[in-house]
Ligand binder design. Structure first.
Ligand SMILES: NC(=O)c1ccc[n+]([C@@H]2O[C@H](COP(=O)([O-])OP(=O)(O)OC[C@H]3O[C@@H](n4cnc5c(N)ncnc54)[C@H](O)[C@@H]3O)[C@@H](O)[C@H]2O)c1
Length: 359
């Protein structure tokens, strides 16, 4: 794929793509800036052993575009960007490589803010921050927001409340049965919110340690052997909180839940799955809308992190999900399409204001 090519859905294309190399440390990075219509581009750095340069480029183009939509719907004054470092983090990550990367981020003078993603962690952001101001997701000791899964789970819960209101008339999970696939960083916090709200929780995880945690901390949670058993359970809500692609041609026909709301990124295995869910009368709240609490948390760091302010913004995911479900109904389209339309509208309408000259 060429940088100037588009994928057919993509009317505008990326604003800027930057290739960064430091031979001595072994750094090979690509920073993709999809849009700065709403402000500096924010998105994490994925450190991954791609099989080719083309695969790394394709991923950064896809991920940076996704961040523009996510940040727009999260109500942030931030555009969308993302970066990939091509290599195996287990063998190639070093202080020198991360600092070299930080210096490249700095050269963009704030057009791009980085953060954690697959293969990069809070301590890595602290190292990168030694070379650039344009990094979020640092540790609390370094003025950062710390673990973003706290507000990710809170936002997912808010999205689920909006879906419950849309489906059953009341914004609560009291008396509902919610199935969580994945009791990791986000899933664990989500269990707490649901139990507190009076829901019955059924859950699964492939990790024995996660299951052990659940049975000790929340003995009332019903644990089932695997995801297959979970989706076949008598659920009101299914919450994919593990890996992407949870909703696919095999799982959707078996799903008994009326609502799908979860933290996992890229839950739909392919775009046709949105229609399949719609045809089966299953309400799907788009993943990038309801899991935006994490980006809201790290974005807040740019202003000087304030947990209460960030939580208030993440609570806004309730209202955003509501608007999307309303728009989907009004326009007769699946919620995923309505969400994209709303994001594009905000990028166009608010982004246009930059044409008003300020001196
Ligand atoms: N952490 C965040 O702030 C954040 C923000 C936005 C989106 N997300 C997305 O939410 C999802 C969960 O994130 P996390 O931070 O909790 O990750 P995590 O790695 O801490 O937890 C994932 C959990 O899923 C389990 N798992 C893996 N495969 C499974 C399977 N087939 N069936 C059941 N369980 C399985 C793992 O054992 C693990 O406990 C990911 O898709 C992530 O990209 C996370």
């Amino acid at each position: 794929m060429g940088v100037f090519e588009t994928d057919g859905n993509d009317a505008s294309g990326h604003e800027q793509v930057v290739f960064c190399q430091d031979r001595v440390s072994g750094l090979k990075a690509i920073i993709g800036i999809y849009s700065t219509a709403l402000g500096p581009a924010l998105g994490g750095t994925r450190f991954y052993p791609y099989e080719s340069e083309e695969a790394a480029l394709a991923d950064v183009l896809k991920l940076s575009r996704g961040m523009a939509y996510k940040n727009a719907l999260a109500g942030l004054d931030l555009g969308g960007g993302k970066a990939v470092i091509w290599g195996d983090p287990a063998t190639t990550k070093s202080e020198a490589l991360l600092r070299a990367y930080g210096r490249f981020v700095e050269t963009l003078r704030g057009r791009y803010y980085t953060a954690c993603d697959v293969g990069t962690y809070v301590p890595d952001m602290d190292v990168i921050a030694r070379e650039t101001r344009y990094v979020t997701g640092r540790s609390v000791e370094h003025g950062g927001a710390g673990d973003s899964s706290v507000l990710t789970a809170w936002g997912v819960y808010q999205g689920m409340r909006a879906a419950a209101e849309h489906t059953w008339g009341s914004p609560t999970l009291t008396g509902r049965t919610v199935g969580i696939a994945g009791l990791g960083k986000v899933g664990k916090y989500l269990v707490g919110h649901l139990v507190e709200d009076g829901a019955t929780v059924v859950a699964t995880d492939v990790s024995p340690a996660a299951l052990e945690w659940a049975s000790t901390t929340y003995p009332e949670v019903n644990l089932v052997p695997d995801n297959q058993a979970l989706i076949a359970s008598d659920l009101d809500v299914y919450a994919p909180c593990a890996l992407g692609g949870a909703l696919n041609d095999d799982t959707v026909p078996l799903l008994r839940a009326k609502v799908v709301t979860g933290a996992a990124n890229n839950q739909l295995a392919h775009p046709g799955i949105g229609k399949l869910l719609d045809d089966r009368g299953i309400l799907y709240t788009p993943d990038y809308v309801v899991n935006a609490g994490g980006v809201i948390q790290v974005a807040d760091e740019i202003e000087g992190f304030n947990f209460d302010r960030a939580k208030l913004r993440a609570t806004g995911i309730f209202e955003t999900t509501r608007r999307i479900l309303q728009l989907a109904g009004d326009e007769g389209v699946p919620p995923a399409v309505a969400a994209d339309r709303l994001a594009e509208r905000r990028m166009a309408e608010v982004g246009r204001l930059r044409s008003i000259y300020l001196n």
